[in-house]
Design a protein around this ligand. Structure first.
Ligand code: DC
Length: 230
């Protein structure tokens, strides 16, 4: 049976990574979380003092890009690949609200996107992968055989992200999380370079009122029907 490329795009906290991991696991495919790559570059910029008073020094960051080495390493216990920045496992740090606050600003920088898109295309050259992000079906793999575009109400998404952060022991308020979700949606959708938008041939999925199991079963069904035909 042939392998396909599955692109999952959509708004922040719509459960893209949960769905992508489930699908990759069921199909024996590789899962790539491209948001983790933008987050790791943001962590690098924060640590290097390139983000001060909410402003990013784009020129210095672009200069430093050759010093940013990213790779994923599969964690057997967790069942998915974790993000490494210059050899260090940064999986936990990149999920903190501090990184979420600045990541959309880093993701508008063309040179950053070019570097990460090139890496993403290399990872997908043999197909058999599920990749999630904002521009996977539109820019990274416009020829992906299956494209899903995920949405849910801002309140439902903020509530999910709030619970996730509390479970991880972060002290945040619901209002702060909702504001972050809305700000990222706005920047991600309105940036000049590869804005978040639904590809014309993507299937739109609103999971505001849908459980994880039902969502997974429906999308797995789509995937199997596409795979049968290749
Ligand atoms: O999926 P996430 O919330 O971890 O992504 C973090 C940010 O990275 C998101 O707000 C926008 C950016 N991003 C992007 O611009 N392009 C991608 N392919 C993935 C993420």
């Amino acid at each position: 049976m042939g392998k396909i490329t599955i692109a999952i795009d959509g708004y922040s906290s719509t459960g893209k990574s949960t769905l992508a991991k489930q699908l990759a696991h069921a199909l024996g495919y590789i899962y790539v979380d491209t948001g983790a790559m933008y987050r790791a570059v943001t962590l690098f910029a924060l640590r290097a003092g390139l983000i001060k008073d909410s402003r990013t020094d784009d020129l210095l960051l672009i200069k430093a890009l050759p010093d940013i080495h990213l790779n994923f390493q599969f964690n057997e216990d967790l069942g998915f690949a974790e993000m490494y920045l210059n050899g260090e496992n940064v999986e936990k740090e990149i999920r903190q609200l501090e990184v979420s606050k600045f990541v959309s600003k880093i993701a508008i920088i063309g040179a950053v996107r070019d570097k990460l898109v090139e890496m993403q295309r290399a990872m997908g050259k043999d197909k058999g992968l599920v990749m999630d992000g904002r521009d996977i079906g539109t820019v990274v793999f416009p020829d992906a055989e299956l494209k899903i575009f995920m949405t849910a109400s801002p309140d439902a998404r903020a509530a999910r992200r709030y619970k996730e952060l509390l479970d991880r022991g972060e002290e945040v308020s619901y209002e702060e999380v909702l504001k972050n979700v809305q700000e990222r949606d706005y920047i991600d959708s309105n940036r000049e370079h590869s804005p978040l938008k639904k590809a014309a041939d993507a299937i739109e999925f609103d999971n505001t009122d849908m459980g994880l199991k039902e969502q997974f079963e429906r999308i797995q069904n789509f995937a199997e029907r596409v795979i049968e035909k290749v």
